[in-house]
Design a protein around this ligand. Structure first.
Ligand code: ITT
Length: 191
């Protein structure tokens, strides 16, 4: 089986993606003994996905992909969006991020939002992008304890439970990341 590197320090993303990619052995930053933060300085998730993949491709000369994701909330003008990891503080803190979203939406009727993912793949120097998004609403309090990040406050459209109340398999049927990853898998299967 061929190796491909998933450029991420987020173990939860690896768990979700590993369930969907069967024909490649996924390695990640820690298998490369790489523990640094790659500065995500672009103002789009596509730009930041490229930064992550190109950094590792150039440093280790290894085929790789990265995932940059964010929660885009309409009443907040698209925030936290590309700043989802560091919305409340410079050091990523999920509890603080969720508290700030709930505070900023207090009294707001429009709770509509979308999770968006952009995957950037670099194979033999050639770059490709795969996108996925899922619409939903932001709850007024945390619901559930599974998943990660903003999962406890996001209910996908057509459902009554938050991502954090769903099993990994349920989330993986509909999530932004799974939509983008399935496009990546189709592409890789043609390689
Ligand atoms: P890597 O950059 O190392 O992959 P990260 O956690 O910093 O890991 P992002 O830069 O993509 O990932 O930051 C996106 C943030 O958005 C992430 O920290 C979560 O808080 C949130 N997020 C992304 N995908 C999510 C999901 O499926 N469910 C809930 N929150 C998510």
């Amino acid at each position: 089986m061929r190796d491909i590197c998933f450029v991420t320090g987020n173990q939860n993303k690896i768990i979700e993606v590993e369930k969907l990619i069967k024909n490649f052995k996924i390695i990640s930053n820690k298998d490369l003994n790489f523990y640094d933060e790659i500065p995500e300085t672009e103002n789009t998730i596509k730009g930041n996905a490229f930064i992550k993949s190109s950094f590792i491709y150039n440093k280790f000369n290894i085929n790789c992909f990265s995932d940059d994701s964010g929660l885009f909330i309409n009443a907040l003008g698209g925030e936290p969006g590309v700043r989802s990891a560091r919305y409340a503080s410079e050091i990523s803190d999920t509890e603080k991020n969720i508290n700030l979203v709930l505070k900023n939406l207090r009294g707001e009727e429009d709770r509509s939002a979308a999770f968006q993912t952009c995957i950037c793949l670099i194979i033999n120097g050639k770059t490709s992008y795969f996108e996925g998004s899922v619409k939903g609403i932001i709850t007024s309090k945390r619901l559930g304890s599974r998943g990660f990040g903003y999962d406890p406050i996001f209910i996908p459209e057509g459902f009554e439970r938050s991502f954090a109340q769903m099993s990994l398999e349920e989330k993986n049927k509909i999530s932004h990341r799974s939509i983008a990853t399935k496009k990546l898998v189709n592409f890789l299967n043609q390689k």
